[in-house]
Design a protein around this ligand. Structure first.
Ligand SMILES: [Zn+2]
Length: 90
């Protein structure tokens, strides 16, 4: 069983780097089945990633990637700020 910290790290790796070994992906999915907090985090992270990708695709504005999100290794504070901003637009 992964710790929540490990699950969070794997979630970010999966979403923002787009790669996760089969074993780790399985461990993560097992954790997400049992842990609501990490599941929510995973869903939010996926939403953030999708929002940025769509904005990039629709505007071709690559600065969105560099100015708002530093990949990989986005700090939790920064991610919170991004999430709050996104939510205010929804
Ligand atoms: Zn967890």
């Amino acid at each position: 069983m992964l710790s929540c910290k490990e699950a969070t790290r794997l979630t970010e790796q999966k979403i923002f780097e787009g790669k996760l070994s089969r074993v780790k992906a399985w461990q993560l999915s097992m954790h997400l089945k049992m842990c609501d907090a990490c599941k929510r985090y995973s869903q939010q992270s996926a939403m953030v990633e999708k929002a940025f990708r769509e904005r990039l695709e629709s505007t071709g504005d690559e600065t969105v990637l560099h100015s708002e999100v530093e990949l990989p290794g986005l700090s939790p504070e920064k991610k919170d700020a991004i999430l709050k901003r996104l939510e205010s637009h929804l």
